[in-house]
Design a protein around this ligand. Structure first.
Ligand code: AMP
Length: 209
């Protein structure tokens, strides 16, 4: 099953992506995680992407086209994948279509803007890709990743001022994707405003698990 996760920053895409992947045994592909790793490694792509990310803006489409092209061709995507944070623009969605990749479901996790800032301020992340929330999804030991034992960090772009910019970018550039996938008949909307478990229940029902 090829699944796209849509939703505002902090809606819970990363958390649900991980759960779906474990259930369906398919990889989660997060362009945000790939870009953060590139920034950390100081690669050419990372250097190009950093200023956009720090400002809460989208990285140019051609950078994302390159990532998608490399990643979706990998062997582990043969039985399906979950895309988290991509596509973020109509041209990115068209690029995926043009690669001949069929999207079975675009799962939109809906959370009102008012809740997003609070959510994002409590987010903690690990360099292994795991995400937590101090209140809603805490790690077993405070500040330490359950999966790999490394210290958790706060994302630089999770600062309140940047979050507002990211939300504005989301409404302008990413939200039109809902209509794009609705027209194709693959959009499923779930409420992401309650607990992680409540959202997971809706998500698993949507994917038939
Ligand atoms: P995320 O972890 O998905 O919230 O992404 C963090 C940041 O990485 C975003 O605010 C963008 O600057 C950049 N980014 C991630 N995915 C994309 C994408 N598909 N298109 C453009 N920029 C992206």
């Amino acid at each position: 099953m090829n699944i796209i996760l849509l939703g505002a920053p902090g809606a819970g895409k990363g958390t649900q992506a991980e759960i779906i992947c474990n259930k369906l045994n398919i990889p989660a592909i997060s362009t945000g995680n790939i870009l953060r790793q590139a920034v950390k490694d100081g690669t050419e792509m990372g250097i190009k992407a950093k200023a956009f990310m720090d400002a809460g803006q989208l990285v140019p489409d051609e950078v994302i086209f390159g990532i998608l092209d490399d990643r979706l061709k990998m062997d582990d995507c043969k039985n399906g994948f979950v895309l988290d944070g991509v596509p973020r623009t109509i041209p990115q969605a068209e690029a995926i279509d043009n690669m001949g990749v069929k999207i079975d479901m675009a799962l939109d996790i809906e959370v009102r803007d008012e809740l997003i800032v609070e959510r994002v301020s409590g987010r903690r992340v690990c360099s292994c890709g795991a995400t937590y929330h101090v209140k809603y999804n805490p790690s077993a030991v405070e500040g330490i990743c359950d999966k790999c034992g490394k210290p958790l960090m706060i994302r630089k772009d999770d600062e309140p001022a940047t979050v507002l910019d990211r939300l504005a970018t989301y409404h302008k550039q990413t939200e039109p994707l809902k209509d794009y996938y609705r027209t194709k008949g693959v959009l499923v909307e779930v409420c992401g405003e309650n607990s992680v478990e409540d959202t997971t229940e809706l998500v698993l029902k949507a994917i038939g698990k």
